[in-house]
Ligand binder design. Structure first.
Ligand code: GAL
Length: 382
């Protein structure tokens, strides 16, 4: 059905001879990425948060490519993680005549005015990966099953500690293990879903004393990392090591919700004398996004695991949903309950994610063409 709408939309555009399009190239920093104007199959604005994280670059490029193949002109913008910049970029997309917006927000609560202007002009809005909150004018949401991502993060921590086997059966380790918890940016709706999924999974082990959060910092507010920044996470890990682990107690595991945060944590741990690898006593550190630098660390026994969310699939889903709206249809949702944005439940299409361990890098990431073997060896996507 979804395919049909997509194919129909592409077909219609082709038939009208409108397939050729110019589009804009992804530029640097937080600036504009082109001078797209409304023409051909119509202008679609794509607002991405930042280029400091590799995943958003991949997302932006994949969405742009997919939309252009479907015959649309694309205005792709990155906001350098600055909220006013993202607001301005969306205002400008509307002024330029965008017919639809695809938005991965920085602060999910800061775009209500922009979305109101869009709605006033009949422009549909698709929230991309991150839900936009406090607005009735969010028409659709494409994302992953974010609660389940959190469950997978906690599961990978349990597997790393030997409390579970990768197939879900009980492991041979007994603990108790000291762990610390990190969460994402509180203004990102996803952060709470990841943390909830993880805590629900870890809680029984905490309750029975198998896992001990030695610092006592168990609330999401205490664990949060504003803007998901690596340096912020590194600093908090350093502080935790000083406050809680300087008199002989050892840390065995860290729940991390994102690869950039994981790398900050790992740097702090190594600087404090842990490791350098898991075999040498580096704590088990989890992650998310399968960023190439972290996949390389997993391959080298430094980071234990990450969660692979195939940005190609998310981009495809965004293009399918956008094409449906542009054809005057309603995109197909597979969840109409989970994502209440404070004003309404936003119909959503949720994709599934996978846990990446060292032994399935090949099958999940290389065989699927997400990375080449050489990229994994070098730790750099080329
Ligand atoms: C979240 C996203 C994660 C990760 C994080 C930091 O919203 O779902 O996959 O990318 O932001 O960028």
């Amino acid at each position: 059905m979804r395919r049909k709408i997509f194919v129909a939309a592409v077909g219609a555009v082709m038939a009208l001879g409108l397939a050729a399009c110019s589009g804009s190239g992804a530029g640097g920093g937080s600036g504009s990425t082109g001078d797209a104007t409304a023409e051909e199959g119509g202008l679609i604005g794509v607002a991405m948060p930042t280029q400091t994280s590799e995943r958003w670059i991949n997302d932006g490029e994949a969405v742009k490519e997919g939309l252009e193949k479907a015959g649309y002109t694309v205005d792709l913008e990155y906001a350098g993680d600055d909220i006013p910049t993202q607001q301005q970029q969306i205002d400008q997309m509307i002024t330029k005549g965008a017919k639809l917006l695809i938005v991965a927000s920085i602060d999910g609560t800061a775009l209500a005015n922009q979305l109101q202007s869009a709605a006033d002009k009949g422009i549909k809005v698709i929230a991309y990966d991150r839900l936009i909150r406090d607005s009735a004018n969010v028409d659709f949401y494409v994302t992953f099953d974010n609660y389940k991502v959190g469950v997978q993060q906690a599961t990978s921590l349990l597997v790393g500690l030997g409390l579970l086997n990768a197939d879900g059966s009980a492991g041979t380790a007994t603990g108790p293990f000291n762990i610390e918890l990190f969460a994402g940016s509180l203004d990102d709706n996803n952060a709470k879903f990841f943390f909830d999924g993880a805590i629900d999974t870890l809680q029984p082990y905490i309750d029975e004393g198998t896992l001990v959060v030695k610092s006592g910092q168990t609330s999401i507010e205490q664990a949060a990392t504003l803007r998901w920044l690596q340096e912020t996470a590194q600093k908090r890990m350093e502080d935790l090591l000083t406050s809680t682990y300087s008199s002989g107690d050892k840390l065995q595991g860290v729940l991390s919700p994102y690869d950039g945060i994981s790398r900050g944590i790992i740097t702090a741990l190594q600087n404090a004398g842990y490791g350098p690898t898991i075999t040498d006593g580096l704590p088990i550190v989890t992650g998310q996004d399968a960023e190439i630098a972290s996949v390389k660390l997993i391959n080298d026994d430094v980071q234990f695991a990450t969660i692979f969310k195939d940005t190609r699939k998310l981009a495809d889903q965004a293009v399918i949903s956008a094409s449906a709206f542009m054809a005057g249809e309603t995109p197909e949702a597979n969840d109409t309950e989970a994502y209440d944005n404070g004003v309404k439940v936003v119909p959503s299409f949720l994709l599934q994610s996978d846990i990446v361990y060292k032994d399935n890098i090949q099958s999940l990431l290389i065989d699927s063409g997400y990375y080449t073997e050489a990229e994994v060896q070098a730790g750099q996507a080329g």
